[in-house]
Ligand binder design. Sequence first.
Ligand SMILES: Cc1cc2nc3c(=O)[nH]c(=O)nc-3n(C[C@H](O)[C@H](O)[C@H](O)COP(=O)(O)OP(=O)(O)OC[C@H]3O[C@@H](n4cnc5c(N)ncnc54)[C@H](O)[C@@H]3O)c2cc1C
Length: 381
Amino acid sequence: MLKQGHGNVSKLSAALRHRLITEDEIIHGTLTHYSFAGAEKWLQEVCWRRYWKGWLEMRPQVWTNWRARVRELRETLPREVLEKVEAVESGHSGVACMDLFARELIKTGYLHNHARMWWASFWIHAEGLPWELGADFFYRHLLDADPASNTLSWRWVAGMQTPGKTYIVRLSNLEKHADPALLSDRSGSHRIADGAVQRSLQQDYADTSIHSLPEFSAALPARSGRVGLWLHADDLAPETGPLADLAPDTIAAFTSARLYDEPYRLAENRIAALRAVVSDGIARAASHYRCPAQLSEVDDTGAAIVAWARSEQLAEIVAFAPNVGPVGEVGPRLSEHLARRAIRLTLIQRESDTHAFRLASAGFFPFWEKMSAHLRANFCT
Ligand SMILES: Cc1cc2nc3c(=O)[nH]c(=O)nc-3n(C[C@H](O)[C@H](O)[C@H](O)COP(=O)(O)OP(=O)(O)OC[C@H]3O[C@@H](n4cnc5c(N)ncnc54)[C@H](O)[C@@H]3O)c2cc1C
């Protein structure tokens, strides 16, 4: 839907979001073939994901607040507003080019970054709909749906993330960058004509105060009995990084139908993609560690992990530290349940995540200044 189609983007985001490939592999591969200066723009793009993740890890309440607002808005908005939400989501806003984006998202699970910005701005500033429900629509359909990149990009378009900065969609910008076919039907386009869309002020309900980052181990613990590796959708590359030398007796991953339906109501192709990435992770882990591995569809992930640990007589479960989002929500109750049964839960964080997250307390550019120095020192030969 862009002039160059999707030829100038990598479409790596769904793989990166679930870490079928890691940022470190991409950065290393890039700097093996290109100079830092030549590849800087691309490296910045790749590092945006970690920046947003770190920002949200320090402010987990922004995620919980967004989820609570989605529930609340669905229950309290007047019927005509909810009908408008449904019409715009299903590609019936009457602005033909925006309707094509909504349908492209539903059909393919992907939108180019420009299209995401245009459509989010259209939703918020032209339609005057709450950003939280637009972000929820993206979250249900994007195959790369990421708690941090999605929530915080929507907040940015709404003007909440960077004070004073709001993204306003302009027809001239689409004329410059979008595939002309997208604008062949001009119906409704006067609504996004330059100057027609005004910043809509939406109230920021979120508390954005900073919390200290949770501490995780970077190294494997000494073995004290049977060890299980719990694989989850936040990082499906255990064969690279600190878990590579783990010698698990068994591996398990769980996908949860309950989580898909409520509260998230994920689209069918999104659920299928989630199952596909987790089975890919399990297959690679089974072949790397050469031990039994299972993928189970369960109702309650926390309860299933405890049951698995007991049936496998595990002394310890090792996993990558989950991020803020659906996987992170499993964590706190799980540690409690396992501790009661004297099963140790060790969560390991990649050093590169720990390093990047600590730099993400303020804006992207101070982050990038330090991150680029780190990349030059550690990845350039
Ligand atoms: C409203 C809105 C919602 C978004 N929601 C998501 C989301 O749920 N998940 C998601 O992964 N990205 C999201 N993005 C960011 C960005 O649009 C996508 O990462 C990018 O379009 C993915 O396509 P690509 O892999 O072809 O990108 P490329 O242009 O090839 O970029 C390479 C990689 O860099 C990273 N990247 C590039 N731009 C950004 C960015 N602005 N923020 C974060 N990472 C970036 C991604 O990992 C991407 O795969 C959102 C952006 C907006 C404006």
